[in-house]
Write a protein that binds this ligand. Structure first.
Ligand code: PXL
Length: 436
């Protein structure tokens, strides 16, 4: 995952916040990316009517672009409403040398009927904007206008997309192609391949879905994903946003930015890095490993996500044997819940094979270590099957600061174990890098 991602949205202001730069900032935030904005025009519109458009002066457009470009590391750019020829040329002159993914959403008309680009600007849009696009995401209507091809068959759709690609866009996605069987598809043409991504259609008129799609697309591409992965991601994200659309004003519904499971995403990224660590298989115990992360204030193991089939040793590799599921871990999740009762800031845990050399490195790294002895375990604890709660509680009974490590040396038939704790999976990886 790209850390501290900054994404720039160049487009119009929509006071309803359903579309335009306001909507993009909401989407980027949901992905934990920082949203920068450059405003090309101000619209006045409600969920029932489109009012007026006022483009900003070229002077302030240029100055906004220079401000963000000179100051921030920009990981990806989305271009929406550009409105007129002058703005197109200004944007082109500032972006032509920038080498980050650019998604262009060639918006022409709003759902409520307003024109988002002047007719006289269409040829400059083709000449200057389209060649900047890593991906361009027209809907069917926009593709027809850009390509001057009426789309009424598979063949004409391919021709339209190919025509737009020839204008200079590297990849073209014609979004929202509907069929009679309640499906809605995106048609994608990359350099050497074409394919459809098809899903269920939701019957609703809404404001925001096009912006949601292109904003999700630029996020995913800037995160290093392929066009196909990003198109699948953007489609799913947009589907959920449309499904959760709300009637906020008096007119049409506004799409609701779909909530991301950041707990799952952070853990998934950390697990990918964990299994890629050099010789990590040597640290996987006989009973295998789990890497878990909880929502804030977990109540039960259902609030803790882990690998359903654990992280297993297979030859000289560590393999993730299952999906990330809430309730997917029992043992490590129980240890985490027990620690979390006393130290609520601790939300992530990982178990490792017990090795003397690991323990001495941990000691050298001056981490907070505690331990318990399973031989002290009372019989009734064993019978109740609450060994983990008992052990963890015993280990942390007299400590004031949250532990980095808890270990036990096992018992007859019980494998010794090291448990690593942290606020986040990322913190656990940091600790691991200090001790392995
Ligand atoms: O969804 C296209 C769009 C983009 N940008 C602005 C808009 C709209 C639709 O209304 O107002 C500013």
């Amino acid at each position: 995952m790209t850390e501290n991602m900054n994404l720039l949205s160049i487009g119009g202001s929509d006071p309803s916040s359903g579309a335009g730069i306001q909507s993009d900032v909401k989407t980027f935030s949901e992905f934990n990316a920082y949203g920068l904005t450059v405003i090309t025009a101000i619209t006045s519109q409600s969920t029932s009517d489109f009012g007026m458009v006022e483009p900003v002066s070229q002077k302030i457009l240029k100055d906004q672009l220079e401000s963000v470009i000179s100051d921030f590391k920009i990981d990806g750019i989305k271009i929406g409403m550009v409105f007129n020829s002058q703005s197109i040329k200004t944007i082109y002159s500032k972006l032509k040398k920038i080498k980050v993914p650019i998604v262009i959403d060639p918006v022409i008309k709003s759902t409520t009927g307003g024109m988002l680009i002047e007719k006289s600007a269409m040829s400059d849009f083709q000449k200057y904007m389209i060649p900047l696009a890593t991906v361009i995401t027209p809907n069917r209507f926009e593709a027809e206008i850009l390509s001057k091809i009426k789309i009424n068959s598979k063949n004409t759709m391919q021709k339209s997309a190919k025509t737009i690609q020839r204008m200079g866009a590297k990849n073209v996605i014609i979004t929202g192609i509907e069929d009679k069987e309640n499906h809605i598809s995106d048609f994608i043409i990359e350099k050497n391949s074409t394919y459809n991504i098809t899903g269920k259609k939701i019957k609703s008129v809404n404001h925001g879905s096009g912006c949601n799609y292109s904003a999700a697309m630029i996020y995913s591409m800037s995160d290093g994903k392929t066009i196909k992965e990003s198109a699948l991601f953007a489609k799913k994200f947009t589907y959920n946003s449309v499904k959760n659309a709300r009637k906020i004003g008096k007119g049409i519904m506004i799409t609701e930015i779909a909530k991301q499971d950041n707990t799952k995403k952070e853990l998934s990224n950390a697990i990918k890095k964990f299994v890629d660590m050099k010789d990590i298989y040597k640290n996987i115990p006989e009973c295998q490993s789990n890497f878990v992360y909880s929502k804030p204030k977990p109540k039960s193991i259902k609030d803790v996500i882990g690998v359903s089939g654990r992280i297993v040793k297979a030859g000289k590799e560590a393999i993730v044997a299952g999906n990330l599921e809430y309730g997917g871990s029992k043992h490590v999740a129980t240890a985490l819940l027990t620690i979390n009762r006393k130290f609520p800031e601790i939300n992530s845990a990982l178990n490792l094979k017990y090795q003397e050399k690991t323990l001495s490195r941990i000691e050298r790294a001056q981490m907070q270590i505690c331990s318990y002895d399973r031989m002290d375990e009372p019989k009734n604890v064993k019978i109740k099957g609450s060994s983990i709660q008992w052990g963890i509680n015993k280990a942390i009974k007299d400590i004031e600061h949250s532990p980095d490590i808890i270990f036990h040396k096992g018992d007859f038939g019980k494998e010794p174990m090291i448990l690593l704790f942290g606020k986040t999976p990322k913190e656990i990886l940091n600790k691991l890098s200090r001790i392995l």
